[in-house]
Design a protein around this ligand. Structure first.
Ligand code: DX5
Ligand code: ZN
Length: 216
């Protein structure tokens, strides 16, 4: 299966959001990755539901929403109504993760679980059969433009093994510091979806950069 590309709108020019979404619409991107941060789970605040709705209004690609927030259960319905096709919650923010995953599915969305760099793959053993996606953080969540953590390659391989062992259909998404240098190794290790924020939006030709990532 070809690698799927999910540019992160966090790195876009927020003053020209419609234009940026239209640029992604006419690119080879597969999803639009939407990073919601609450200033509690992560030390930064990005944007929330009204901005997600505004993106959705113009988007012709499915929204892959990454919730970096505490108590995500309180917002699942609004996030879904704002246009999310995939909703990922953080393992570290969900004491009743199974219930949260069921809640996402009940809304008709795909359910993802994101894990921080220090969180072990082993902890996904009992949930991997119930989810559609694992978002492996390859930076500490909270900011775009950070340096890729090298240990991620090993985690991708271990996660791939777990998925095969459990007969899960979960996709592996890598989020943080992805570029043309680390992407081939991530794909080789088993990555299915690559999120790329600053690498895409700060490049001279974002559509061309998306094509290059896609053609790996
Ligand atoms: C980090 C976010 C990422 C980020 C990726 O907290 O979850 O999705 O926007 O941006 P880059 O590709 O710049 O690391
Ligand atoms: Zn993200």
């Amino acid at each position: 299966m070809p690698t799927l590309i999910a540019p992160s709108i966090l790195a876009a020019d927020f003053a020209n959001l419609q234009k940026e979404v239209e640029m992604l619409n006419s690119s080879e991107a597969d999803f639009i990755h939407v990073d919601i941060m609450d200033g509690v789970f992560v030390p930064n605040i990005s944007f929330g539901i009204p901005v997600t709705e505004a993106i959705y209004k113009h988007a012709r690609k499915p929204l892959d929403v990454h919730l970096m927030i505490v108590n995500p259960d309180n917002y699942l319905e609004s996030i879904r109504n704002a246009g999310a096709e995939i909703i990922s919650v953080h393992y570290e923010a969900c004491p009743h993760l199974h219930r949260t995953v069921q809640g996402i599915h009940a809304l008709g969305a795909k359910a993802g679980v994101a894990i921080n760099p220090h969180t072990s793959i082993v902890l996904l053993e009992e949930i991997i059969g119930d989810i559609d996606l694992v978002c492996l953080m390859s930076v500490n969540p909270g900011f775009g433009g950070q340096k890729f953590i090298q240990n991620t390659y090993e985690k991708v391989s271990r996660l791939k093994e777990l998925i095969l062992k459990k007969g899960s259909s979960a996709k592996i998404e890598i989020d943080g510091g992805v570029n043309l240098e680390n992407a081939p190794k991530l794909i080789e290790a088993g990555a299915d979806i690559l999120v790329a924020g600053s690498f895409v939006f700060s490049s001279k030709d974002p559509q061309q950069t998306i094509s290059e990532l896609k053609s790996l």
